[in-house]
Design a protein around this ligand. Structure first.
Ligand code: UDP
Length: 260
């Protein structure tokens, strides 16, 4: 009898934070997995997980299921690295949605990888695509669609994405909307990789400035973003809760598998 294939997400080293599986990958490894998923062509979901997502997933069972079934979950916040380090678990570096999209665009300029940008206010994804294509000539953004549409418009949006035949769909509609949207539509989309990337197009279009490098290095980018966008306050309110969970319940952070 043939042994059942090991699901891809179990072949990558991972930790569990309060029941949420996050892969212990660095940026290069994350890119290798994503490019492999593109070559394999089976519709797969990539999640960029930050501390607020871990807190949301405690009460939102559907979100937790989506994350735990995702094929790759990258550690997208300094809080996650800190929580793991307290348990002596090394998660090498932050792998954010913005950085992944920039790397995908670089790869696209070199190899013709086809990207589709979905999400943000009307015009923002196009602006981000134009700026990136100026910086990386030859990059293929094969379609853009804003993220404020009705449920009735969804079948048409899914059809247009499918017809554009992207290799990677970058979805920037905020947590947890983007993760659930991808989960519901990924098989109909037939795109090899769909990835939730939060406020990435706002940053890459230049509408929202990214924190200076030194602010990123000391792990305070989140505070910078709140200063520039007070609407982010509800998300930031989840951070003390995350810190409290880590400080009072360390045993809920563990290595779940080392990969095979
Ligand atoms: N957004 C969207 N559709 C919605 C709600 C939000 O496209 O129905 C976009 C919003 O314009 C912004 C992004 O989703 O570009 C959310 O950015 P944020 O930085 O808040 O993401 P998160 O912190 O949740 O990753």
């Amino acid at each position: 009898m043939e042994a059942a294939a090991v699901p891809v997400q179990e072949t990558i080293p991972a930790v569990s934070l309060f029941g949420v599986r996050i892969h212990a990958v660095n940026m290069d490894e994350a890119m290798q997995h994503i490019l492999r998923f593109v070559r394999e062509g089976i519709p797969r979901q990539v999640v960029t997980a930050d501390s607020s997502m871990v807190v949301m997933a405690q009460k939102d069972e559907y979100l937790r299921e989506v994350i735990n079934q995702a094929d790759l979950v990258t550690p997208d916040s300094i809080g996650i690295l800190w929580a793991c380090r307290r348990q002596g678990i090394v998660v090498p570096e932050r792998v954010s949605g913005v950085d992944i999209v920039v790397r995908l665009v670089q790869a696209s300029a070199q190899t013709g990888l086809r990207l589709y940008f979905l999400g943000a206010q009307p015009g923002v994804a196009e602006e981000a695509a134009q700026r990136l294509q100026m910086r990386y000539p030859g990059a293929q953004v094969v379609g853009c669609q804003h993220g404020y549409f009705s449920t009735e418009a969804e079948p048409d949006i899914v059809r247009r994405i499918r017809e554009a035949q992207p290799d990677v769909l970058c979805v920037a509609m905020g947590i947890p909307k983007q993760e659930k949207w991808i989960d519901r539509h990924r098989h109909a989309l037939k795109v090899p990789v769909s990835i939730g990337v939060g406020g990435t197009f706002d940053v890459l279009s230049g509408r929202v400035r990214r924190a200076p490098l030194w602010v990123q290095r000391i792990g305070m980018e989140w505070l910078w973003r709140v200063g520039h966008n007070p609407r982010k306050i509800s998300k930031v309110m989840l951070l003390p809760r995350f810190a409290w969970m880590v400080l009072t319940n360390q045993h809920a952070i563990e290595v779940v598998h080392n990969g095979r």
